[in-house]
Design a protein around this ligand. Structure first.
Ligand SMILES: Nc1ncnc2c1ncn2[C@@H]1O[C@H](COP(=O)(O)OP(=O)(O)O)[C@@H](O)[C@H]1O
Ligand SMILES: [Mg+2]
Length: 377
């Protein structure tokens, strides 16, 4: 099964704890020296210490007449231990800026963008140029990320406006079809009925009868079109009856079994209008996809109110499934935007869409908050 999520969460924005050691290092003369000089001084220190202490000790032992193989081995061991310890501590301190750099980079990699502030505290002349360039690069990246975030927000607002305008327009056309065109057609049908009753001969009656049938078929088509555009029951009765009507129609049209299950949601419960529209359109697109592509024999729709007051909608079919990256490619090439629309609608309400598909079918799962925060609608 492949899975896609419409939104991914970025790591939280954290600073780096104030580093006293780094400040002390900034002021210390030792850390202002280039690395080569620090290593050279460390080595000179080790060699001189070993030479002075070793010679002094040997001289003392020789004077006391106790210089033999055993004391020689002890001197060698002590000298090795001493020079090893001195070289460990001096080299450790010489390489500290690199360890500090590594620590900062690990933090940046772990998703703490403000960690680059700590780079300015590394005052080592060998790494200063490098950290300077790195800092500039990270600041630029941070600026770019902020611009992208603002653009994304603007895009979200625009998408929400387009969706709202589209829904309003659908509502207007559906109402006009229902109120104006349907009324006129009904009047025409009644007129044709009356004319047929007063027909002079059989031929005229048959012609008026077929005209009436055509007008009746057109009226049916018109009503179906108005319902597809925006079923009045979504506004009048709410999401559950509208989804029930939608799924029954889809099952009858494509000959598959549909089961609608409700959990902690009642048939008459009303949700915020934008949420009802969003979940209705997602169900409509999912069912259209199942009819068009899935070759399924069974569809399960489950709508539940979760304990955290989120609404979860799951539409599962047992069809042939599809390849997610191919579907993404189709969307990029244009025209096939149904799945993208599902993700976008869920995201705009602060929710998340998961689309999973495999050989045993497709599952579309939407989780949206019941009371969307900062909803751009
Ligand atoms: N339930 C499904 N079962 C099988 N294939 C599907 C299903 N839903 C979507 N698809 C595949 O994903 C593609 C993209 O779907 P969509 O974005 O809705 O565009 P469209 O329906 O216009 O092709 C479809 O062309 C189809 O190949
Ligand atoms: Mg589609």
């Amino acid at each position: 099964m492949q899975d896609t999520h419409s939104r991914f969460s970025a790591p939280a924005h954290h600073g780096v704890p104030f580093n006293k050691k780094a400040i002390r290092e900034k002021q210390s003369l030792w850390f202002q020296l280039p690395l080569l000089q620090r290593i050279l001084i460390s080595n000179l220190l080790i060699i001189s210490c070993s030479a002075i202490i070793g010679s002094w000790f040997t001289a003392q032992l020789a004077e006391a007449g106790s210089f033999n193989v055993v004391t020689f081995v002890i001197i060698i061991c002590c000298a090795t231990l001493l020079s090893g310890s001195i070289s460990f501590f001096t080299l450790k301190s010489a390489f500290r800026p690199f360890h500090e750099l590594q620590r900062v980079l690990t933090k940046i990699h772990a998703g703490y963008p403000r960690a680059h502030v700590a780079l300015s505290r590394i005052n080592d002349p060998d790494v200063r140029e490098f950290t300077g360039a790195l800092r500039q690069m990270l600041v630029r990246l941070e600026d770019n990320a902020r611009v992208i975030q603002e653009d994304q927000h603007q895009l979200q607002i625009m998408t929400a406006r387009v969706i709202t305008a589209q829904e309003n327009e659908r509502k207007r056309i559906a109402r006009e079809l229902h109120d104006e065109a349907s009324q006129s057609l009904t009047a025409i049908i009644m007129g044709l009925d009356a004319a047929r009753r007063q027909a002079r001969d059989e031929q005229q009656e048959t012609r008026l009868g077929s005209l009436r049938d055509m007008a009746t078929a057109t009226l049916d088509e018109l009503r179906k079109l108005a319902l597809d555009l925006r079923p009045t029951m979504l506004d009048d009765l709410g999401l559950v009856p509208a989804v029930r009507w939608l799924s029954r129609g889809a099952g009858e049209r494509a000959n598959f079994e549909v089961k609608l299950e409700l959990d902690r949601i009642g048939d008459t419960d009303r949700l915020p209008p934008e949420l009802e529209t969003c979940l209705f359109r997602i169900t409509q697109e999912s069912l259209t996809n199942i009819i068009k592509h899935a070759q399924a024999t069974r569809v399960d729709i489950r709508m539940s109110r979760l304990l955290n007051d989120n609404i979860k909608l799951e539409i599962r079919d047992n069809g042939k499934g599809f390849n997610m990256s191919e579907a993404r490619h189709k969307a990029i090439c244009g025209g096939h935007l149904g799945l993208f629309d599902i993700e976008e609608r869920a995201g705009l309400l602060g929710g998340k869409a998961s689309i999973m598909s495999g050989d045993s079918g497709t599952t579309i799962q939407i989780v949206v908050p019941l009371k969307p925060h900062g909803c751009p609608f």
